[in-house]
Design a protein around this ligand. Sequence first.
Ligand code: ADP
Length: 724
Amino acid sequence: MATVQPARSLSRAKVSPSAEAARLELLEYYLLHHEDLARCAHASLEWLARHAGVKRSMCLVVDGDGGVLMGMAGYGVPSEEVELFAWPLSDARDPIVAALSASSPVLFRAGRGNGHAGRPTPVTPLGAGPFTAVPLRGVRDTGQGALGLLLLRSGSGVSSEISWLAIVLGQKLDQLRGRGSIAGEVRKLRRERSLLFTIINAVTDPILLTDTEGRLIVANARAERLFASSEEESEGRRRAVELNNMLFSAALSRTAVERPAEARELLLVDPSEGSDLLFEVLSSTVEDPREGTGVVSVLRNITDLRRATEQIEENYQRLRVLEAAARTERDRLNLIIDSVADPIIVTDPMGETILMNAPAEELFTVPPDAPESAERNVQANDAHFSSFISGLLLGETGPGAVRRGEIGLASPSTSEPIPVEAIAGKVLTETGELTAVVTILHDRREALERARLYEQLKLASEELQARVQAATAELATQNELLRRQAIELEQASRLKSQFLANMSHEFRTPLNAILGYTHMLLQGVAGDLLPAVKRQLQRIDSNARHLLTIINEILDITRIEAGKMPIQLSEFNVNEIVPEVMAELEAVIARSKLTITPKLAPGAPLVRSDRQKVKQIVVNLLSNALKFTHQGGIEIAVQFDPEAQTVSIAVTDTGIGIAPEHHERIFEDFRQVDDSPSRQYGGTGLGLAISRRLATALGGRITLRSSLGQGSTFTLTIPPEAPR
Ligand code: ADP
């Protein structure tokens, strides 16, 4: 503890004119507020801060009744701590208590060891560090110690300004003590003040009293959290508080200028969290006879309110968008259901119609200028439809429940019955709640008409079927008849063939005898013959031979018919056949005076077939050519087709030719182009019929190319090997 020599009197101090003015200002304040010690003490500490550079200080007074030193005012220290400050005076060795009795200011250094008996530096609301305790004494110093103490956060000695203030403040204390108990006054004031603070602290909104320049005079706890900070607090928090003060002063000055009584919004920063806080500021000016004009501001936190408002606004906007979307969807739906030709009705869960398309309106609304019956028809339609829908509403409850049914409606204007098929489905929400029922009606008139026509068609078809069955039965009878006739014919044909075979055989024996005897006579076995007799005998021989040819042919065809013509297979060269045939018909060729040109195919391979039958066919073809050709010549050509591997013999003549309509017929039995009794050419009409049968039996065929007057070509084609 060290002592500092104070200036004891005002008269001795030499001060500058500005310092003089400052002192006068404080003394004026004392005069103005001569009753109010607390205010005077406050003003004194503020004065010290301004004029003596003391940034943290406390004024303490001695409460004689309570035996304590209690806090009166503070500067740069929390007001609660000042108010709660009560230092017991019982221990005379306590350095603070001792400082009261000291004649000069006492310096308390930081740390241990500078107190009495090694006691630590007393802890005061000024915080750790050195401070000076300046005793406050009255004019009439009774020697009982000072009336109070000035604690200054300063270790650098006591300036003249501090000393001066200690004197005038001490005198003020003394002056007020003369009028009664200071402490009692202070206690009363403090009670009132504490009550006031309790009240304003109980308010959850920040409340502030500021002077006209925006300087803070009183603030409740909530307001202090926003607008007050101490040096110990974090940099961030102090900056936030600074910013809040700036924003608040700006808002306050604007409010005062623009709309004094109106609430306005103020955006502040939460010093603890750094988040934005939105307030509504309600300010009103107050006039105090002592303090002058001040501004009381109540700040209402509307951050949540604003958030809620914004949320509501946002929801409202979203709702508007959804509403617009729903409207568009509904319009689209309307367009769709209007474009459907079938009536569609949408009903609510109560069965009330919400929506229907134009075709449905035709059934369920009374058209203008309609006959009286229209209303009845519409009512009846309504009733039928409602009972159908109620079936669905009461009945099936499954999610995809669909009801189908037939309803008998009537056209409102014409009363024409309209049977419809109704299909109704439920429209459910996501939670399975029924919102609507959609019903589509399908006009069944066309379907019924189709069904009627189908029935008619079915009847007609059945009738037709019966007729066809009858006709088929008739046909079967006819077929049976024909079959029997065919069998009879076959029998007859067989009998005929048998007869012909038998007869031919019977004819051949006597005919061979005739030929034999004629031959013997012509050979002169019975002596020389007269020339006339010889000529007659030659005619008999020629006719008998002709007859033998006919009989042989008939025998051949009957054999073939009876399947009794044996096939003798051997390997031979077809080229060999040609000269043999020419040799056999030599006499006829000589008589005809036609040129016969054989054209052979030396490269033709050997064939395996019936040599005799092939020769018989070619003989027949050549003899026909000779018979029906009067001039020109005949060509017999052998050909080999390597691709088809077939061999052919073609007999081409320059004869009378055959008209196309006879090309097929000449191959039939006994068929001749000229079959009149006065025909020019002889023959039986069996030659080609036999030839074709034989060719077929050998696996080959006979083809014809000819036109009337242009000659003919008959071609026999056989395979390299005849079928067995
Ligand atoms: P036929 O010669 O004994 O009358 P075919 O069966 O051999 O019997 O001939 C049937 C008919 O075909 C002949 O009557 C004739 O009218 C016609 N015919 C056959 N070959 C020739 C041909 N080369 N030229 C013209 N007509 C022919």
